[in-house]
Design a protein around this ligand. Structure first.
Ligand code: ADP
Length: 499
């Protein structure tokens, strides 16, 4: 491509030279005609001044060569009518010398100008080629690319961005990028940007994370966002690459990541194997308890009743029943607890990620997820994986409960409540909970689903209680269900520098 450009430049140089020389001939001719026309005024006076326009015209069209030719021709045209004796006139010689110098300088300046114009033209061609190259990349790359300035105003909106968000580039350019986010992120975005610009605190820039995006039609979707920063002269720009996690291929890959992230999923899938071992293990104490009770019945029929033996057998039956209870507790602990790894976590981020993951595939079912996280809710002390498992479980249940509903509005929210706790809620517009189910909802193996295990809520309760919180259910005034749970918050003053 460069060689091509060079050949083109050489060709255009030659063309310009020819033009320059033609202009030199023509313009000097015209000036000479003017000179002859004005002869009655000037008589035989030396009037180089009349030829200056010819010099300039030749210099700007062809550079030094044509300017010198114009100079030479001008001198001949000026001196010619004066005849040979003029050569011996010192004044004529001085003026001719000055004119020759002027021709030379004008030529040099002309050449310089032409060279700069050439460089500028080449730069423009180069820039255009790069721009076209970039555009072709942007048009084909599957990730959406959005460039914003320091105020969040969109400067560039790729074809994939149009596909993912539903806005055309014309509609998006010049508007604030927050229009691509659902509330409350929309309102908070400006603050994050200002905070980053003033303090350098990063939330996404250079880190990347899973967040929720909003399309033109108001629906939301999980997306993986990475943002890079660019400085151009004294301005800063941010380039965001967005990968829609609901797009199928990515979903499959991401699902694998989710599985390895949420180790508990693995624990639960081994529940099938556990169940048979459990049935076997439970069978023993339960059969023993039943046998003891039968023995008691027999003892009661005897006369006289052996009270000491009866007491002993009832005691043993009770012990066996307790043993069965212990086995179930052990199973719950196994499923729920693992090695608790409690750290200070950002609750909005934790919920946002869980929501984004739980929504994989749900958009196709017409479910809209809305976050209502109070901005004052921030840090909690929690095992991230466990709490995400609870949130994931509640959101999945909510999505399943709305399968046959006309409206499918899912809200995940968080508000501060007294006693330094945060209350998290997952509300749906599903079928709600029948009274007979409600009382046993958090019991293990309580399910109304054909494929259900009935352990999700029971494990969730164990997790939340182990974190010092509470979990309960309420009915949604607009129809459906709201599950709520609390977690202890960490206040900024609790954090010391050495922590
Ligand atoms: P599973 O989902 O395997 O049945 P869970 O313990 O998570 O186990 O849920 C137990 C039962 O609680 C479900 O079978 C369902 O009947 C009821 N349930 C849970 N969440 C909801 C909800 N959002 N709306 C209506 N019913 C629900």
């Amino acid at each position: 491509m460069e060689a091509e450009a060079e050949t083109g430049t050489r060709g255009s140089n030659r063309g310009r030279q020819a033009l320059g020389y033609s202009v030199a001939l023509l313009s000097t001719g015209l000036c000479a005609a003017a000179r002859i026309g004005l002869n009655p005024v000037y008589h035989d006076d030396l009037v180089f001044l009349l030829f200056v326009p010819a010099l300039i015209a030749s210099a700007v069209t062809g550079g030094l060569g044509p300017a010198l030719l114009a100079g030479l021709l001008s001198m001949i045209a000026s001196l010619g009518p004066m005849g040979v004796p003029a050569i011996y006139n010192p004044e004529v010689l001085v003026r001719a010398g000055i004119f020759a110098g002027l021709a030379f300088v004008t030529g040099l300046v002309g050449s310089r100008l032409l060279l700069s114009a050439d460089t500028a033209r080449r730069m423009v061609i180069d820039l255009e080629a790069r721009e076209a190259h970039l555009q072709s990349i942007l048009a084909t790359v599957p990730d959406a690319m959005i460039v914003i300035d320091e105020h969040g105003v969109m400067q560039s909106f790729s074809a994939a961005a149009t596909r993912q968000f539903g806005w055309t580039a014309e509609e998006a350019l010049g508007r604030n990028v927050s229009m691509l986010m659902p509330s409350p992120y929309r309102e908070a975005h400006e603050g994050h940007l200002v905070r980053y610009l003033t303090t350098g605190e990063r939330r996404i820039i250079g880190i990347g994370r899973v967040v929720v995006g909003e399309r033109k039609d108001g629906s939301t979707f999980p997306m993986e966002l990475s943002v890079g920063e660019m400085r151009s002269s004294d301005r800063r720009y941010f380039t965001g690459f967005v990968r829609d996690l609901t797009e199928r291929q990515t979903t499959e890959r991401r699902l694998q990541d989710v599985q390895s992230e949420l180790v508990h999923v693995g624990r639960i899938t081994s529940l099938g194997e556990m169940a048979s071992a459990l049935a076997h293990e439970l069978n023993q104490p339960l059969t023993a308890a039943a046998n003891f009770m039968k023995g008691c019945l027999m003892l009661l029929d005897r006369d006289p009743i052996d009270r000491a033996r009866l007491r002993d057998m009832i005691g043993q039956a009770g012990d066996q029943a307790l043993r069965a209870g212990q086995i179930i507790r052990r199973l719950r602990d196994f499923l729920a607890k693992g090695e608790a790894d409690r750290r200070i976590e950002n609750l909005p981020k934790l919920l946002e990620e869980a929501g984004a993951l739980a929504m994989i595939g749900a958009r196709e079912k017409g479910v809209r997820l809305k976050f209502e996280i109070n901005p004052s809710v921030d840090l909690v002390l929690a095992d991230k994986v466990q709490i995400q498992q609870v949130a994931l479980n509640l959101i999945r249940n909510a999505i399943e409960a709305m399968e046959n509903s006309d409206t499918r509005d899912l809200v995940v929210g968080a508000v501060p409540v007294p006693d330094d706790m945060a209350e998290i809620y997952v509300s749906d517009t599903g079928h709600g909970i029948a009274a007979e189910v409600a009382s046993q909802l958090f019991q293990p193996f309580m399910t109304t689903k054909q494929q259900g295990m009935g352990v999700g809520l029971s494990i969730s309760r164990t997790i939340i209680e182990a974190h010092g919180g509470r979990i309960w259910v309420e009915s949604n005034p607009t129809g459906g269900t709201i599950f709520k749970f609390t977690l202890p918050v960490v206040k900024p003053e609790d954090l010391t520098d050495d922590e």
